[in-house]
Design a protein around this ligand. Structure first.
Ligand SMILES: NC(=O)c1ccc[n+]([C@@H]2O[C@H](COP(=O)([O-])OP(=O)(O)OC[C@H]3O[C@@H](n4cnc5c(N)ncnc54)[C@H](O)[C@@H]3O)[C@@H](O)[C@H]2O)c1
Length: 265
């Protein structure tokens, strides 16, 4: 767990150049942590790190594509060389896609699985040995309420996020004896740049996604604050949107009622 001297606590965030990743980085910097930012977009992550350093943040930055094993290994080496270890890993990098099942090209499915699911798996796979060696650590996996809600026209995204929830539940118990904590975060839609980079050919689906994001009562900064607090309290599941917490409860009590109320089915 984080050092009681907060200025010695260290967090690494994947996909940190924008959206929730950069909000998480700002929150941890604000709380006095050392923060390693990494992203596939090298220029954006370096620019963000420069801005944070100028405001006094203790920040490292690196390019990392979560689909490339050797880049995650290099990140672990960077944390060991610069900081002597790591306290919290946040597997945040992710992309979106929407399409009917017969219209989603299979190479897009593969890309989603590579980034959203296997990207998280790689983070856990390569950092757990470091945490075990240290005798402590905490993993935060950014999933989505999509992995519970399973709304139509999002099969690939839903399946990858359900996979992240399953992975996180597995690791919660598997890693407890090693003093490694796990948090899984399941937000509903909130405003970021994810729709711009998403693979969505159908303008109606894109419009619906953007409208949902616009309607969100909470922001990436609000979610980042909830994640920081969950790490402090070792909370497992974080469902930041109030409406999603209700939906999740209804689905657990009665999946049929959930489908009638929330999916109109
Ligand atoms: N925005 C939402 O409505 C929403 C809702 C639920 C969950 N999420 C999840 O939150 C996480 C962050 O998404 P966001 O909304 O901030 O999106 P975003 O597009 O604003 O940010 C994602 C970041 O990940 C980076 N990235 C993409 N592919 C990468 C790769 N292969 N390796 C490393 N970095 C990569 C991008 O460059 C970008 O900086 C994702 O896992 C997403 O699925 C988002």
């Amino acid at each position: 767990m984080p050092d009681p001297d907060v200025s010695q606590s260290r967090v690494l965030i994947t996909g940190a150049a924008g959206g929730l990743g950069s909000a998480l980085a700002s929150e941890f910097v604000k709380q006095g942590w050392k923060v390693a930012l990494c992203d596939v977009d090298r220029d954006a992550v370096e620019a963000l790190a420069g801005r944070m350093k100028a405001r006094g943040g203790d920040v490292l930055s690196a390019r990392c594509d979560v689909t490339v094993e050797s880049e995650l290994i290099k990140l672990r080496e960077l944390c060991e060389a610069e900081w002597g270890g790591l306290d919290v890993l946040i597997n945040n990098a992710g992309i979106a896609s929407m399409a009917a099942i017969h219209k989603e090209p299979l190479d897009r499915w593969q890309r989603l699985v590579e980034i959203n699911l296997l990207g998280v798996v790689r983070g856990c796979h390569f950092f757990v040995p470091l945490f075990k060696q240290q005798g402590s650590g905490h993993i935060v996996n950014i999933a989505s309420i999509a992995g519970v809600a399973n709304t139509p026209y999002m099969a690939a995204y839903n399946a990858t996020k359900a996979g992240v929830i399953s992975l996180s539940e597995t690791l919660l118990v598997e890693l407890k004896p090693s003093n490694i904590g796990v948090t899984v975060v399941c937000p509903a839609m909130f405003k970021t740049g994810i729709a711009q980079g998403a693979s969505i050919d159908n303008p109606k689906l894109l419009g619906a996604l953007e409208a949902e994001m616009e309607k969100s009562p909470i922001s990436a900064d609000d979610i980042a604050r909830q994640v920081f607090s969950a790490v402090q309290r070792k909370q497992f599941m974080v469902i930041p949107h109030r409406a999603s917490r209700w939906m999740w409860r209804v689905k657990r009590v009665s999946p049929a009622l959930y489908r009638r109320l929330f999916l109109k089915h």
